[in-house]
Design a protein around this ligand. Structure first.
Ligand SMILES: [Zn+2]
Length: 218
């Protein structure tokens, strides 16, 4: 009996350390994935792009499979194309683009697919300077057609931004990114579980239209 208890104790201990080791591995892996994006963005911002993974050989290599290293949820704005501003190529990024980088069920489903089936460990929510969707939400009033869905999704960030000092649109862009990060982290049933088990991390970032730099938000 005593031996059994001892065995179970050792088993629990080794499982704990195996779990901790796994989490540490994922965290350091996520760190290196962010660095890959940061390095690519530095190349882009300084006009030293290397245009990786854009050859016909790369296309052939990925004919039957894909292993993107990050999900990027970004605005549809034509000035913020993720593969360009991070200097990446075919098969590198799993991109979802919606004006205002907001979430709906289709966007969440796309991200769930990347996390669960493509084993992506990093999700980046990318807002940007001078976002038209955020500006429209700040201006308020009746948004025509389906635009109101975008404006409504951004509205909580606008309300919070109005209570702060500084530029309302700029603050709303950052708060909107953080709100979407929070929504994703608690998105049940799939992403919340992966985040909880530290199999995936969700981070926010802001793109600067002037100098082309991406700043990862704390
Ligand atoms: Zn935008």
């Amino acid at each position: 009996m005593k031996t059994n208890k001892y065995f179970l104790f050792i088993l629990a201990l080794s499982m704990f350390f195996a779990g901790a080791k796994f989490q540490a591995q994922t965290q350091s892996e996520v760190g290196s994935l962010i660095k890959k994006l940061v390095d690519g963005n530095k190349r882009y911002a300084s006009s030293k792009m290397i245009h990786p993974d854009q050859t016909s050989a790369r296309r052939t290599e990925l004919k039957n499979e894909q292993h993107p290293f990050a999900v990027v949820l970004s605005c549809s704005d034509s000035r913020v194309p993720p593969e360009v501003i991070f200097d990446q190529g075919i098969g590198d990024l799993f991109v979802i683009r919606v004006a205002g980088n907001v979430l709906d069920d289709a966007a969440i489903g796309s991200i769930e697919y990347a996390v669960e089936h493509l084993n992506v460990k990093l999700i980046v929510v990318l807002g940007h300077e001078g976002c038209g969707a955020v500006s429209a939400a700040v201006q308020g009033g009746e948004a025509p057609g389906h635009l109101r869905y975008l404006v409504e999704a951004i509205q909580p960030a606008v309300e919070k931004a109005k209570s702060l000092s500084g530029d309302v649109v700029e603050n709303a862009v950052r708060i909107n990114v953080q709100n979407v990060v929070t929504q994703l982290k608690s998105s049940e049933p799939i992403i919340e579980e992966f985040v909880h088990k530290k199999k995936v991390d969700v981070v926010g970032a802001r793109y600067d239209l002037d100098d082309g730099s991406v700043t990862f938000l704390k």
